[in-house]
Design a protein around this ligand. Structure first.
Ligand code: CP
Length: 299
């Protein structure tokens, strides 16, 4: 079985995954998977997800190998993404960790290869390990998830992280809100929308900043004058001024990469509510737990 979406998990399995991740945080890990090979297949750029899946596998004693984008691979000779995955699967690694855009149908691939696939960010479909590490980060702040109101600020429309949180929130009981210019938002049942940052912040207990993913914009979207960077910054940037009257208990999250000066001002690096690097730390733990439960002990 592959892991493509948090919808595949029951609440008890997510809790167990978090317990394993927290165990790995506090206890010395004995390498348990030294007979296993994890293939990292990244068709899109990545720093956090790729490196943390690799650290996670190595911490567990597994070996990794990497396909990192097109350069130097037979993708340069027009081999397809599908064939690339199938050929790597034919080498019989124990896990495939795949990042790709919407051009590759990971659900279909998971039926065509007999090596489990872990979704490491799939187009706008989802980024389940990111959503899980985000929520582990919130939980580790001793927060009750059924009281959490997470406000996603920015480019909700192109965010696969949001897609995964929309699946995870009903399982764990937290609420979601969207904030940004209308062109960057989507409608989802039960999700509050705010076109003014100050209104969104009054509602939120956690603010989750999102990068504007201009690389995923159509030509028509790029020509929309409302979506200029300057316009976005003046209304939706999280900075010391926009966050000055927000709760001191609030949490600030971002999946990375951050474009400082656009969605976040650089002074937020020093804000005591900023947990962005804690998210990265938890990324390793959640991915360790996931690899462990895939290769050693079923969830
Ligand atoms: N959060 C995240 O997916 O970051 P990377 O693109 O660097 O992996």
């Amino acid at each position: 079985m592959s892991f493509l979406s948090v919808k595949q998990l029951k609440t008890e399995q997510i809790e167990k995954l978090f317990q394993t991740a927290s165990f790995f945080k506090t206890k010395e890990v004995k390498p348990k998977l030294d007979d296993k090979i994890v293939s990292l297949i990244f068709f899109e750029p990545s720093t956090r997800t790729r490196m943390s899946f690799e650290v996670a596998a190595l911490r567990l004693g597994a070996k990794t190998h990497l396909l990192n984008n097109k350069l130097g691979t037979s993708l340069e000779k027009d081999e397809t993404l599908e064939d690339t995955v199938k050929n790597i699967a034919a080498m019989r690694p124990d896990l495939l960790v795949v990042r790709c855009n919407d051009d590759l149908d990971l659900a279909q691939m998971s039926k065509e290869v007999d090596v489990p696939i872990l979704n490491a960010g799939w187009g706008t479909q989802g980024h389940p390990t990111q959503a899980l590490l985000d929520i582990l980060t919130v939980k580790e702040q001793q927060r009750e998830l059924n009281k959490e109101k997470i406000l996603f600020v920015g480019d909700v429309k192109h965010s696969r992280v949001v897609s995964s949180h929309l699946e995870l929130a009903p399982l764990l009981g937290y609420q979601i809100g969207f904030c940004g210019p209308e062109e960057m938002l989507i409608d989802r049942p039960g999700v509050q929308k705010f076109n003014q940052l100050s209104e969104g912040l009054k509602w939120a207990t956690t603010v989750y900043s999102l990068r504007v993913q201009f690389e995923r914009y159509s030509q028509k979207e790029k020509e929309n004058q409302q979506l200029t960077t300057a316009n976005f910054i003046s209304h939706f940037q999280l900075n010391s001024q926009s966050l000055s009257s927000w709760s001191k208990e609030g949490l600030i999250l971002h999946p990375g990469p951050v474009n400082y000066g656009v969605e976040l001002a650089s002074e937020i690096i020093k804000d005591s509510r900023n947990l962005i690097l804690t998210q990265v730390e938890h990324g390793v733990l959640v991915r360790m737990a996931l690899i462990y439960h895939f290769l050693k002990e079923q969830l």
